[in-house]
Write a protein that binds this ligand. Sequence first.
Ligand code: AMP
Length: 453
Amino acid sequence: MEYKAPRGTRDILPDEMHLWHKVEDIVRLVCERAGYGEIRTPIFEYTELFERGIGQVTDIVEKEMYTFLDKAKRSITLRPEGTASVVRAFLEHKLYARPQPTKFYYIGPMFRYERPQSGRYRQFWQFGVEALGSQDPAMDVEVIGILIEIYRQLGLGGFEVQLNTIGCPECRPRYRDELRSYLGGRAGELCEDCRRRLVRNPLRLLDCKEPGCQRAIDEVPPIFEYLCDECREHFEGVKALLSALGVSFVINPRIVRGLDYYTKTVFEVVHSELGAQDVLGAGGRYDGLAGECGGPPTPGVGFAAGIDRAIQVLSAGAGAGEAGDAESRPGDAGAPGPDVYIAPIGREAKAEALKLAFALRQGAGEETPGAGGLKVETDFMGRSLKAQMKYANKLGARQVVILGDEELHRGVALLRDMSTGDQEEVPITDIVKRLSTFGRAEAATVQEATGCR
Ligand code: AMP
């Protein structure tokens, strides 16, 4: 084949889609219940937004952005993350003038020119939340709590919440200086990137994975001793509230996050099943970002979590057993088969089959369009009756309506229950009513069993 998806991208085929829908449904449910509203921002923005918002001295801006000139020669960048766009929208629409906080969530693709490897793509998906307008440590904890609740509802266990603080523009420079003077003496042991970071952004050294750098930073004092009173109090507040909420966490002084805009709280959720790319989701507080983007100073806190990676863990079956109430959601084992397969035999029957399929899908007789509609398939391959029955069985159809020309002339069809093999003749005029009732009864049982609508 001549064409392939570009390197680092891939197709998500319908076979896999039930898991994507499951993640998206749970994200929506958990966020909406917490009062977060969905926001959809453009997939591309003017490049300056990310340069300004994310920071010049970051891997993303230095190496990973998909940037190009449009026909009007404006520099455009495919969004590498969601926060800068959300803050831009918050400012552009003057949402700060409304009662605060403003709470958003989003789901969508992000683009980074990274070296593709397991769990790392050039187009990947994230869900995330951003809460703007509150400085309260409780806001940080709500945000972290939401991420954990999403994983809980997904039945995804075996992760660890790691927490740190990186101070604020008041206290961080002291720590930066300390790092520079401490690590400056060991510059020879550092990797090339870190030697550069030492000058421009020494905090980034702390999360370098190179063994030489790891050894050098092993004895570096943690930031806690350098925090100003406000940052220390905030950190204590976050820890206390997380504990009160029953969220277990560990302190990891090595978490600094790649982006410049973070202040105070930073956190990562890591999963042991993921290998080298082990971060499922991460976030933090960014009190300086709105001001940096030219708006009124507005505190904010949020996270972004990889959907590809969550699905990687879910498909590997890891974490099963610690599932919450969502364990038995329908559709877990793939898209459910059709409620009804209509098997026409002969030309006239074909038209009747198509009409019947549309009527059953509409949920004919219902007041709300589509309500009570059934999942219905029919023949498009000109298969024999035998082949159609085999196909219906393979699809997992629960009922089959057999429409032969001869039966059609008598105004009847054969209705076959695929689980029992029972078959009966039913007047065609009754079929929609008969099968719609069947669909409702089934739906009610599923709803009862799962508590889902
Ligand atoms: P970040 O915006 O870098 O903090 O990333 C947040 C989350 O998005 C990570 O924890 C990953 O789950 C996911 N993620 C980031 N980059 C990629 C990528 N290149 N491919 C797949 N997932 C990614």
